[in-house]
Design a protein around this ligand. Structure first.
Ligand code: CA
Length: 225
């Protein structure tokens, strides 16, 4: 009887130790995950924002971008095309762009132009966005976002009325939309550009494509559950 009891005791102790270890591992693992990403618990509203992809795509990816920011230009050239190919064109994500004004009046002017173009022609918008980023010089600190440059860029894209655009810039027609974007930047605590959010998760390194795809896949799985 005694032997049986002690065997039972040892079995119970081993079980407790094993479960304790598993629990510790789970906690460690979770801590690692939260180190890498920051979940705000809310995702940016994309209504009224330029958005690529199918309306019923299950995951939302948002870029907070600034036309004056060199990293945003680089992101648009290095990461965005892969994202478009792998996730937008396959109907898995919607991709939206929110203006971020971290470089003063030129950022504002570019954002006002972008909102005007978007209101005129939501398809031509994406050509305009790319073409304007293409104009960003290596010496990005010099003044280059001017009304003249904006109209020159827009004039090369079909479907954009440059007279309307000039009037909108003159009258700051889309100031309210730009202000709304600025409010989102502050609400979602955007610290640098580009900032990328996948649903409610802020990506720590926007140039780590593998981390981005892991997060998107994780969110896709979550929406399937
Ligand atoms: Ca906007």
């Amino acid at each position: 009887m005694k032997d049986k009891n002690s065997t039972l005791k040892i079995a119970v102790i081993i079980t407790i130790v094993v479960f304790g270890l598993i629990a510790a591992l789970v906690v460690l693992n979770n801590n690692q995950t939260t180190d890498q990403i920051e979940s705000t618990g809310e995702q940016p509203p994309i209504e009224g924002q330029p958005t690529m992809g199918e309306a019923d795509a299950p995951v939302s990816v948002v870029e907070f971008g600034d036309f004056k920011c060199p990293s945003c230009k680089a992101w648009g050239e290095m990461i965005y095309p892969q994202l478009l190919n792998d996730y937008v064109d396959t109907g898995k994500i919607q991709f939206s762009y929110i203006n971020t004004l971290f470089h003063g009046e030129e950022s504002r002017l570019a954002a006002l132009a972008a909102e005007s173009v978007y209101s005129q022609n939501s398809d031509a918008y994406w050509d305009f966005q790319k073409a304007l980023y293409d104009e960003q010089p290596d010496a990005h600190d010099m003044e280059w976002v001017t009304e003249e440059k904006i109209l020159e860029v827009a004039g090369k894209i079909s479907g954009i009325g440059t007279d309307q655009l000039a009037t909108d810039l003159e009258e700051k027609t889309f100031m309210e939309e730009v202000n709304e974007d600025e409010e989102l930047v502050s609400e979602f605590n955007v610290q640098f550009t580009p900032s990328i959010m996948i649903n409610d998760i802020m990506v720590e390194d926007p140039f780590d494509y593998e981390a981005i795809t892991d997060l998107i896949d994780q969110e896709l799985e979550r929406t399937e559950e």
